[in-house]
Design a protein around this ligand. Structure first.
Ligand SMILES: C[S@@+](CC[C@H](N)C(=O)[O-])C[C@H]1O[C@@H](n2cnc3c(N)ncnc32)[C@H](O)[C@@H]1O
Length: 210
C-alpha cells in the first residue's frame, strides 16, 4: 500500500462502520464493462475509487490485471482480506492522480465522479484519459437526475446537492455528460439501473484530439 493521505474522512468512517456495505456481487455496470473489455482484449485496467474490490474481482477472474486507487485505508484492508495482497492499490485521493506513469488499456470508475466538484471532475476525466494507452477505453458510472434523491438535501450549485452530511453529489443528464466527456472521446451513453438510476458513460482514446 502506498500512503499519500493522513486524515480520516467520510468514506473511511463508513467502511469502519459498515464494512462490505454493498456485498460481494459486482455491479451491473462492472459485469457489462467486463464483457466489453474481454471482447476488446484489454489486459490491464485502473479502477479509481476501488472500494473493497467487489467490482475488481470480476475483471481479475477473467485474466485482467487490476490496479486501484482508494481514499479509505479500511476499504483497502478489506480488499486485501477478501481478494489477496497481489493487487496494487494506491492509498490516496484521485485528486492526486497520477500515482504511477503506467498506461492502462482500460479504466473503470464506478460511482465516484459524481461525488466530486466541477474542477475535480474535469481533472479526473483528464487524468484518466492521459493514463489510457492509445485506443484504450474508459467507462464511468454516474448517478442520473432521474434518481429520487435528485433535488433533496442542501443545494450547492446547479445539479449538485449535499444529500447528507459529508456526501455531495452532482446529478448528470445527457447534456452535462456531453459537456464534460465529449472532449474525452465519448462514444456512448447507456442508462443502467444499480441501486439508483445511473449512466454508463463510455469513452475511447483516439476518438477526439484532446
Ligand atoms: C460510492 S463508492 C463506490 C465503491 C466501489 N466502486 C464499489 O461500488 O464497490 C465510492 C468509492 O470511492 C472512494 N472515494 C471517494 N472519494 C475518493 C477520492 N477522492 N479518491 C479516491 N477514492 C475515493 C470511496 O472510499 C468509495 O470506496
Amino acid at each position: 500500500m502506498i500512503d499519500k493521505i493522513e486524515k480520516p474522512e467520510f468514506w473511511e468512517s463508513s467502511f469502519i462502520e459498515k464494512q462490505e456495505m454493498w456485498g460481494f456481487e459486482p455491479s451491473n455496470s462492472a459485469a457489462l464493462t467486463k464483457n466489453f473489455f474481454i471482447k476488446m482484449s484489454i489486459k490491464n485496467i485502473l479502477i479509481p475509487g476501488i472500494g473493497y474490490g467487489r467490482n475488481a474481482q470480476v475483471f481479475r477472474d477473467n485474466g485482467i490485471t487490476v490496479t486501484g486507487i482508494e481514499i479509505s485505508k479500511t476499504a483497502i484492508e478489506l480488499a486485501r482480506k477478501h481478494y489477496g495482497a497481489d493487487m496494487t492499490i494506491y492509498h490516496g485521493s484521485v485528486a492526486d492522480m497520477p500515482f504511477d506513469n503506467c498506461r492502462y488499456d482500460g479504466i473503470f470508475c464506478y460511482a465516484l465522479i459524481h461525488l466530486l466538484d466541477s474542477s475535480e471532475r474535469q481533472k479526473l476525466i483528464s487524468d484518466c484519459y492521459n493514463q489510457l494507452s492509445d485506443d484504450g477505453y474508459m467507462f464511468f458510472t454516474a448517478i442520473s437526475k432521474e434518481a429520487q434523491t435528485y433535488g433533496t438535501g442542501q443545494f450547492i450549485s446547479k445539479d449538485r446537492y449535499e444529500i447528507f452530511k459529508g456526501v455531495k453529489m452532482f446529478f448528470y443528464d445527457k447534456e452535462s455528460i456531453h459537456a464534460e466527456f465529449d472532449k474525452a472521446g465519448l462514444f456512448e451513453i447507456v442508462d443502467i439501473t444499480e441501486n439508483y438510476p445511473f449512466f454508463l458513460i463510455k469513452c475511447k482514446k483516439g476518438e477526439v484530439d484532446n
